[in-house]
Design a protein around this ligand. Structure first.
Ligand code: NAI
Ligand code: MG
Length: 356
């Protein structure tokens, strides 16, 4: 029986179209190798170029148009001339919020063939960061009072609901249970005496439902130090929206940089589509020249396959990325090579084929 997955493609701006093309190359390779799988995609031309022509980042009924798909595959949005808060809030965050993609999953894994800036004895890195993706410090709650006066006040309020906090922590425990790993909560209860004390209480409560799982709880400042000095102590990590944003970029820096970092925005109930994307932006400085590293975008394809329940393929794609890195002969300039984006994508595809 053939399984068909419908993917909405939003290549976006800058290097977005260049790297997502390589992600689709991998999906086409899988279709060739496994006739029981079909990936159908429809492309949506949204982003900053669309904005410059239509005065909006996506169609008014864009969310309705995306709803029937199994997943959304996004390149990157953002371009000089369109303010970043518009490109972010009117497309990316609108999709994340409308589709209740409350889990942000970021693998922080040092693959073979990648040199970490850490000394090798510290560089045992394989963690899964589960970042709260719907509320917290990025809830968008606040105000600007008395603007332009000496009395000006800016308020930005963190929002931590019981429902939102509990479900993200529970998600992390479920991941840890499935993988046989520990869970580390990263918060800041000493200084954020309302929100993070609450977070810690909910973590403690939820952990009682998982008696077999080892737990740790760190303050975010200490955790940042341990990410660098002893990353091996982290397995599954659960943290708030802001802390997760920062810690995962730190993690990306330890494991090969932006060209290798992927992230999934997941609606676990599957009521709405989930979204898969490299975490880098549109890189206007190198856009259009086939200089971008497609490996992050291809790693997001691996996450998408996991999400579709095709974990065996998800794992193979990751192994093909790793083989590309250890072979080292076809890498883009950010990894010290001279290959084009398309050549690097084709290399991953041929590694995948050679594994069969
Ligand atoms: P960026 O991630 O686009 O670029 C930062 C640096 O990393 C640049 O030097 C770039 O050349 C390099 N880089 C990024 N991805 C790369 C890749 N795949 N291969 C090789 N080098 C790569 O971040 P920046 O410059 O802060 O933002 C540029 C635009 O992207 C802005 O408009 C920003 O708002 C947007 N942006 C969009 C995101 C998204 O769509 N999810 C995320 C981050 C930024
Ligand atoms: Mg970020």
């Amino acid at each position: 029986m053939t399984k068909t997955f419908n993917i909405a493609s939003i290549p976006g701006d800058g290097i977005g179209p260049e790297v997502t093309a390589e992600g689709f190359k991998i999906l086409q390779t899988i279709e060739k190798l496994d006739p029981s799988l079909r990936f159908q995609s429809k492309e949506f031309p949204w982003g900053c170029e669309f904005y410059s022509r239509h005065g909006k980042m996506m169609d008014d009924d864009g969310i309705e148009q995306l709803k029937p798909f199994d997943a959304i595959y996004l390149g990157a949005v953002g371009y000089p001339g369109v303010p970043d808060h518009i490109s972010l809030w009117d497309l990316l965050l609108r999709i994340r919020k409308s589709f209740d993609q409350y889990v942000n999953i970021r693998p922080i894994t040092l693959l073979d063939g990648v040199t970490s800036p850490l000394r090798s004895e510290y560089a045992d890195i394989d963690m899964l960061v589960i970042r709260e993706n719907s509320e917290g410090e990025y809830a968008g709650a606040g105000d600007r009072l008395f603007q332009g006066t000496k009395e000006e006040v800016a308020l930005q309020t963190g929002v931590f609901s019981r429902k939102g906090t509990e479900r993200i922590i529970r998600y992390a425990f479920e991941e840890a249970r499935a993988a046989g790993k520990s869970v580390t909560s990263i918060s800041k209860g000493n200084a954020l005496n309302y929100s993070m004390v609450f977070w810690d209480e909910v973590f403690e409560e939820v952990s009682r439902d998982y008696p077999g799982i080892t737990t740790y709880s760190y303050l975010v400042d200490a955790a940042s130090m341990f990410f660098v000095t002893d990353p091996a102590r982290f397995e599954v990590v659960v943290t708030s929206n802001l802390f997760g944003d920062i810690l995962t970029d730190l993690g990306a820096g330890l494991t090969g940089g932006l060209g290798l970092a992927a992230g999934a925005n997941v609606n676990p109930t599957k009521e709405y589509p989930s979204m898969f994307e490299p975490i880098h932006g549109s890189a206007p400085d190198i856009a259009g020249g086939q200089k971008a590293n497609p490996l992050a975008a291809i790693w997001s394809v691996s996450q998408m396959l996991d999400f579709f329940g095709e974990e065996a393929w998800g794992k193979k794609v990751l192994q093909a990325i790793e083989k590309t890195l250890t072979d080292g002969d076809v890498l883009t300039p950010d990894m010290g090579g001279t290959a084009t984006t398309a050549e690097a994508g084709s290399k991953v595809a041929s590694c995948l084929e050679s594994m069969m």
